[in-house]
Design a protein around this ligand. Structure first.
Ligand code: UDX
Length: 448
């Protein structure tokens, strides 16, 4: 099939590459000429395991091409995927200017019937707005061409996007048209072999499914963080509680790891956007708002624990920080808990000595050169001469640690662990004060 993808960001590039990999003829379009030039050279703008090799192989085979030419892009695919960004507006609602700009481009260059596929995460009702934009652009040109708009949300996790694309639980398509259903079946056929994954539903149900899925997962995390905060105050170990409740198949083990709060490009943005949508239809989304506020508070707990351990005197201290990315296997720092910790530490007059296996370039891009931020080559250098250690991301390479060695490095024996990486007893036996989430020293020192 001939397929066009608008947007070569995370979702667009993964979708285009995976569809080319199973034999489709894919053209990816982006208005960013620099990005397209780099992609032509095989340079991938994001860190995603396996993606670079896959892009290179499919470009070499001729199945994956890149362009900045809108006429060429619209002319190419019978399916036109819209996978551009939907950044949050000031009020938290999703900004649709890029999505609607693509709809206009399609309307301007369309010369034959097309099926437009909304892949970006967009508020309920967006397919109708895309439809209206294309229709009015065609009307301005004085032409009538048949077209359809369907919704096909993605459920990709950063760091496992290729795996999720090929082995995802479901392929949701919102459409009422039999013609669109047949085309989408053909498009995803190679990924729909072992059991039926295609789920056809109404357009609005498909749009809401994406938000509901992310909001549900974010709810599980905030719920568990709330239980962890309670456990801290009640003298219970939340890790035991997690296993106790996860064993019930109705609850399950997934997404109940307490931590320093969820981040990334999806959960914070999507929970806020859904809450915003709710308020637009006069529904008081109390639960969604609580999920968001629990998360905001959770991100501040790392600094609060550190501040408590230092009796509020962090000025002039050097704090080692392990992990900048919002989760392992990505360089993404959007809404990462590390940012809350660093910014609070700087405000308190402390200096940060940080290491992350992938996100240091991104950290430099965000914060630039500053005296109170030193990025070092490995985790060992991060703790050299530091007063205390904070862990924000559960990278595998952080999991094995000689606690006696760590104790010898730190001026104050304080470890604040936002990911519950270590057995509290072993850390404490080495003479360290261990502030984990819902366990460890925090059991006895947290104020009510
Ligand atoms: C998420 C969804 O999983 C994916 O389906 C959707 O398409 C996009 O949003 P992603 O943002 O890549 O994917 O990351 P994910 O692995 O889901 O983690 C999100 C955040 O939740 C991370 O900050 C992670 O640390 C946190 N998390 C996750 C927890 O704190 N506890 C958990 O138990 C699970």
């Amino acid at each position: 099939m001939k397929i066009t993808i608008f947007g070569t960001g995370y979702v667009g590039l993964v979708t285009g590459t995976c569809l080319a990999d199973v034999g489709h003829d894919v053209m990816c379009m982006d208005v960013d000429a620099d990005k397209i030039a780099r992609l032509h050279k095989g340079e991938i703008p994001i860190y995603e395991p396996g993606l670079e090799t896959m892009v290179t192989a499919n470009v070499a085979s001729g199945r994956l091409r890149f362009t900045t030419d809108p006429a060429e892009a619209v002319g190419h695919g019978e399916l036109q995927f819209i996978a551009v960004g939907t950044p949050p507006d000031e009020d938290g609602s999703a900004d649709l200017k890029y999505v609607l700009a693509v709809a206009k481009t399609i309307g301007e260059h369309m010369t034959e019937p097309k099926v437009i596929v909304d892949k970006s995460t967009v508020p309920v009702g967006t397919a109708d707005r895309v439809h209206a934009t294309v229709a009015s652009t065609l009307a301005e040109r004085g032409v009538y061409i048949d077209f359809d708009v369907c919704s096909n949300p993605e459920f990709l996790k950063e760091g496992a996007a290729i795996e999720d694309f090929s082995g995802g639980a479901r392929i949701v398509v919102g459409t009422g048209s039999e013609h669109v259903k047949a085309l989408m079946r053909e498009c995803y056929g190679p990924y729909n072999r072992n059991h039926e994954k295609m789920m056809f539903m109404d357009v609005r149900a498909a749009e809401l499914t994406k938000y509901a899925a992310n909001a549900m997962l974010a709810t599980k995390i905030s719920f568990m963080n709330e239980i962890a905060n309670l456990a801290e105050r009640l003298g219970a170990d939340v890790e035991q509680v997690r296993q106790g409740i996860g064993s019930d198949p109705r609850i399950g083990y997934h997404f109940i790891y307490p931590g320093c709060g969820y981040g990334g490009s999806c959960f914070p943005k999507d929970v806020q956007a859904l809450a915003r949508t709710a308020s637009e239809v006069d529904y008081p989304a109390d639960l969604l708002n609580a999920v968001e506020s629990v998360n905001r508070r959770q991100k501040s707990t790392l600094f609060a624990k550190l501040n408590q351990a230092f009796d509020g005197d962090l000025a002039g201290k050097t704090i080692a920080l392990w992990g900048l990315a919002f989760k392992p296997n990505t360089d993404d720092m959007r809404d990462a808990p590390s940012r809350d910790v660093m910014e609070a530490l700087w405000a308190a007059g402390a200096r940060v000595q940080a290491y992350d296996p992938e996100a240091m370039k991104e950290c430099r891009r965000i914060y630039g050169e500053r005296d109170d931020l030193v990025l070092v080559a490995d985790r060992i250098q991060a703790v050299k001469g530091a007063d205390a250690l904070v862990i924000c991301t559960e990278w595998k390479e952080f999991r094995i640690l000689d606690f006696d060695w760590l104790k010898a490095q730190l001026a104050m024996p304080v470890v604040v662990d936002g990911r519950n990486l270590f057995p509290p007893k072993a850390v404490k036996d080495a003479g360290l004060m261990y502030y984990a989430v819902g366990r460890g020293d925090s059991l006895v020192t947290a104020s009510p």
